[in-house]
Write a new protein. Structure first.
Length: 737
C-alpha cells in the first residue's frame, strides 16, 4: 500500500508518558463520605426500626408504667376511706338527716296507706282461694265446651252457666284489724268483680305511696351516691403491691397461646391494664393537663370483671371474642385488623357484643350482652324471620319441613318396595323358575313387606311429630285467607299503600314506598301508576283467593265491661291503644286503636274468643283447604281440632287446624269476647275509603299472584296457593362470620 500524505493521520500515536491513575490522580473522599453517611444512617434506622419501629409496644409499655405509677400515687395521696369512715363525715350525716326528716314528715300518710293496703290484703286473702278454685273449675268446664260437639256442647255450656250462677259464702273482714268478720254470698261474676276491684284499689294505693316516697327516694339516692363516690375502690395493700410490680415491670412481648383454637394473642402487649386488680378508667391514665388520648383508652381495665372471670384470657385469648389480628404488633391498624387483607377486624365499641354470638348463637337471652339480646328480640319482633332464615329462629318451620321431606322419602321407598315385592311374586309363577329361585323370590318379597311395616311405623311417628309442629308453627303476620271474613274490602288497598301511615310502627314494610302520590314521589323507586297497578293486582288476588262465607251474627256487648276486661285480662301486655303520646300498653303486637276502621265486629268477637280458630283446615298432602264436602263424602262431621280431629278425612295426613298466631286462647266466655270486641270497635269512628270493585277482576288475580311471589308476602302470611312458599331473602346465619 503506497504511503500518502494522510497516512500519518490514520496511524494512532502512543502517549509519550503513562496514563493517569484515576485512584491516585483524583480524590474520592466526597463519594466515600456520602456512602459512609448513608450506611451509617441506614444502620441507625435499622437499629431503631428493630428496637422501636416494629415494636411500638415498647413505648406503650413505658408510657403505661409512667402513667399508672402517677395514678397510684394520686390514690395513695387521696387516702383510703372505708365505708364506715365516709358514713361519719359531715356531708354524709347531713344528707342522711335530710332523708330521715323527709321520711318522718310523711310517716303518717304512709301508715294510713299501709293500713288500707293491709285491710285489702285481708279481704283478698278471704276471697282468693274461693275465687281461684271456682275459676279453675269453670275453666275446665269451658274447655269441655270447646272440645265437645252436638248435644254435649250445649249440655256443657249450661253447666258453665250454672257454675257461674251458684253462690258461695265467704267470711269477709269488716274492720281494719280483721277481728270482725261478715258472711257474704257471691256468684262467680260478683266474686270476680270484687277480686278485680280490690286488686285495682290496692294498685292505686301503692301508686299513691310511690308518689309519697318519691322525694324521699331522691334524697336517699343523693346520700348513697355520695357514699359510693367517696369510698375508695381499692385498699392500701393493693396499691402498694401494684407499685412494687410496676417497679419490676417486665418490658417485653406479652403473648397468649390458645392451642385448642390455634390462637396466638399479643393484645396485652399494648392493652396492659386489661386484667388489672385496680379498676382503671381512661380519665385515670390521661396525660397531665390534657384530655384522655388513645393511649389512655388503651390502658383501661376490662369493664366487666365478672365476664372476664368466666372467660379467662389464658383459655380464650382476646381476639377470639373481640376479633382483630392478635399476632400483629407493628401498628395499631394491623393489630386491630384495619386493612383490606384481614377478614376479621376488631369489633367497634357499639358492636362489642357481636363476638358473643359466635358461641352463644343458640341462646335467645344472654346475660351480660343486652345489646345482642335486644338485636335478637328485634330480629324476631320486627318480622325479619319472615324473609330471612337464621339458625335458632323459627325452628318449628325448619323441623316441620324436614319431617315432611323425610316422610315423603319414606313413602316413596314404601311404594318402591311394594312394586318390587309384587314383581318378585309374579316372577315365581313364570315358566322355567326353579323351586330354589322361587323360594328366594318369596323370601325377598316377605322381607320387603317387613321393611315396609317398619317404614310405615316411622311415617306414623313423623306424622305425629308434624301434627305437633304445626301447632307450634307461627307466622309473623295474620292469615290472609280470612280477609273476606275479617276485613272491609275497600280498606285493603289503602293498607297496602302505606301500612306505616295507618298504623305507625307496624311490622309490615311499605313495599316500593307505595305512596301513590305523584307530588311527593315518596321513594321514587317505581312510577306512581305502576305502584297503583301492582297494589290493585295484589289486593285482587288476596280477595279472590280468600275463604268465602259469613261470620255468625253476634249481639253487641257492653263497652264499659269490655274496657275493664281489656285492661285487666293481660291484653295490654302485648297490645297498645291510643296514638302518639297518649299510647299505652305493650309494643309486641298491634296497636288496636283503629281496629274498628278495618275489621268487622263478628270476626273480632271470634278472634278474641279463640284467635287460633280456623275457618277451614289445611291438608299439606293435598295442598289445599278442606271443605265440608270432604268430610261428608267420608261420612264425618265437619269438625277439626288439635285433639281428636286432626287428621285428613281423605288420606289421614296431619292437618293444620289452627291459625298460626302467637296470641293465646284466654278461654274467655262468649259474653266477655263480645264486650271486648264492642270496646275495641268503639275506639275510633268509622272511616270511608275509595271503592274497590276492581278487586273482583279475574284478570288482576293472575298478575297479583306473580307479584305476591315476587315480593315474598307468603314469608309472613298464610296465603292460598303459597302454603309451601319459601323465604325470599338470603340466609343470615353465617352473615358477618
Amino acid at each position: 500500500m503506497a504511503e500518502t500524505p494522510d497516512t500519518d493521520k490514520l496511524v494512532k500515536r502512543e502517549a509519550e508518558g503513562p496514563a493517569p491513575d484515576p485512584i491516585t490522580s483524583s480524590s474520592t473522599s466526597a463519594i466515600l463520605l456520602v456512602c459512609a453517611l448513608l450506611l451509617t444512617g441506614v444502620l441507625v434506622w435499622s437499629l431503631y426500626d428493630e428496637v422501636y419501629g416494629t415494636r411500638p409496644w415498647k413505648g406503650y409499655q413505658q408510657s403505661y408504667v409512667k402513667r399508672f405509677d402517677r395514678y397510684l400515687k394520686r390514690l395513695a395521696k387521696k387516702g383510703f376511706n372505708s365505708e364506715a369512715e365516709v358514713k361519719k363525715s359531715d356531708e354524709y350525716l347531713r344528707l342522711s338527716a335530710a332523708a330521715k326528716e323527709a321520711r318522718e314528715a310523711t310517716k303518717g300518710k304512709q301508715d294510713e296507706i299501709d293500713r288500707q293496703v293491709r285491710f285489702i290484703d285481708r279481704q283478698l286473702d278471704a276471697i282468693s282461694e274461693e275465687f281461684q278454685n271456682r275459676r279453675g273449675r269453670i275453666t275446665v268446664a269451658a274447655y269441655n265446651v270447646e272440645n265437645s260437639d252436638g248435644s254435649d256442647k250445649e249440655k256443657n255450656r249450661r253447666k258453665v252457666e250454672e257454675m257461674k250462677a251458684n253462690k258461695s259464702s265467704v267470711l269477709m273482714p269488716a274492720d281494719g284489724d280483721g277481728t270482725r268478720l261478715e258472711k257474704q254470698e257471691f256468684n262467680f261474676n260478683e266474686l270476680e268483680t270484687t277480686y278485680i276491684s280490690l286488686k285495682e284499689k290496692k294498685g292505686g294505693l301503692l301508686a299513691q305511696k310511690g308518689e309519697v316516697l318519691k322525694p324521699i327516694g331522691e334524697l336517699e339516692k343523693k346520700r348513697d351516691e355520695y357514699l359510693r363516690n367517696n369510698v375508695t375502690e381499692v385498699t392500701e395493700q393493693q396499691v402498694r403491691l401494684t407499685q412494687t410490680s410496676l417497679g419490676n415491670f417486665d418490658y417485653g412481648l406479652k403473648q397468649l397461646n390458645v392451642n385448642a383454637d390455634m390462637i396466638v394473642d399479643r393484645c396485652e402487649s399494648c392493652n396492659l391494664g386489661t386484667r388489672s386488680v385496680i379498676p382503671i378508667r381512661a380519665s385515670d391514665m390521661m396525660p397531665v393537663g390534657r384530655r384522655p388520648d388513645s393511649l389512655a383508652r388503651a390502658f383501661v381495665s376490662h369493664p366487666n370483671k365478672e365476664l372476664l372471670q368466666i372467660h379467662n384470657p389464658e383459655k380464650f385469648g382476646c381476639s377470639s371474642c373481640h376479633w382483630g389480628n392478635g399476632r400483629a404488633t407493628t401498628s395499631i391498624e394491623k393489630g386491630h385488623g384495619r386493612n383490606r387483607f384481614w377478614m376479621h377486624s376488631l369489633f367497634s365499641k357499639e358492636n362489642t357484643e357481636a363476638g358473643c354470638n359466635q358461641c352463644h348463637t343458640a341462646d335467645r337471652v344472654l346475660q351480660g350482652a343486652p345489646r345482642l339480646t335486644e338485636g335478637k328480640d328485634l330480629f324476631y319482633e320486627r318480622g325479619c324471620v319472615g324473609c330471612h332464615r337464621y339458625e335458632g329462629f323459627d325452628r318449628e318451620s325448619d323441623a316441620l319441613t324436614n319431617a315432611r321431606q323425610l316422610s315423603k322419602q319414606l313413602e316413596e321407598e314404601i311404594t318402591g318396595n311394594e312394586r318390587a315385592a309384587k314383581v318378585a311374586r309374579a316372577e315365581t309363577s313364570a315358566p322355567g323358575v326353579s323351586d330354589e329361585r322361587a323360594t328366594q323370590l318369596l323370601a325377598q318379597a316377605e322381607s320387603l313387606i317387613v321393611t315396609n311395616s317398619q317404614l310405615e311405623s316411622k311415617v306414623d311417628q313423623l306424622n305425629t311429630q308434624a301434627r305437633y309442629l304445626m301447632q307450634d308453627q307461627k307466622k309473623v303476620g295474620p292469615n290472609l285467607k280470612d280477609i273476606r271474613l275479617k276485613l272491609r274490602k275497600e280498606w285493603i288497598p289503602e293498607w297496602l299503600r302505606d301500612p306505616q301511615t295507618f298504623r305507625p310502627g307496624t311490622k309490615m314494610p311499605t313495599f316500593w314506598y307505595l305512596s301513590g302520590d305523584e307530588k311527593t314521589a315518596k321513594g321514587n323507586i317505581v312510577p306512581a301508576s305502576q305502584q297503583n297497578d301492582e297494589r290493585k293486582a295484589i289486593a285482587a288476588y288476596l280477595w279472590q283467593s280468600a275463604y268465602e262465607g259469613q261470620m255468625p251474627a253476634q249481639p253487641q256487648g257492653d263497652k264499659t265491661t269490655g274496657e275493664q276486661l281489656f285492661k285487666t285480662r293481660g291484653c295490654m301486655a302485648c297490645h297498645s291503644i291510643g296514638e302518639g303520646e297518649a299510647q299505652v300498653g305493650g309494643e309486641f303486637a298491634a296497636n288496636l286503636t283503629r281496629l274498628g276502621q278495618k275489621a268487622n265486629y263478628e270476626y273480632i268477637v271470634r278472634w278474641v274468643h279463640n284467635p287460633r280458630e280456623r275457618w277451614a283446615p289445611y291438608c299439606p298432602k293435598e295442598k289445599r283447604d278442606l271443605t265440608p264436602d270432604d268430610y261428608k263424602k267420608n261420612g264425618k262431621e265437619f269438625v277439626f281440632d288439635t285433639v281428636k280431629h286432626a287428621e285428613c278425612p281423605n288420606d289421614g295426613a296431619a292437618l293444620q287446624v289452627q291459625n298460626m298466631t302467637v296470641m293465646p286462647n284466654f278461654r274467655l266466655s262468649d259474653q266477655d269476647s263480645r264486650d271486648i270486641a264492642t270496646y275495641l270497635i268503639s275506639l275510633t269512628p268509622a272511616a270511608q275509603y275509595p271503592e274497590a270493585s276492581y278487586m273482583d277482576n279475574p284478570a288482576l288475580k293472575e298478575k297479583g299472584k306473580t307479584l305476591i311471589k315476587q315480593y315474598g308476602c307468603a314469608g309472613c302470611h298464610e296465603i292460598r296457593g303459597f302454603e309451601d312458599e319459601q323465604r325470599i331473602g338470603k340466609e343470615l346465619t353465617a352473615e358477618g362470620a
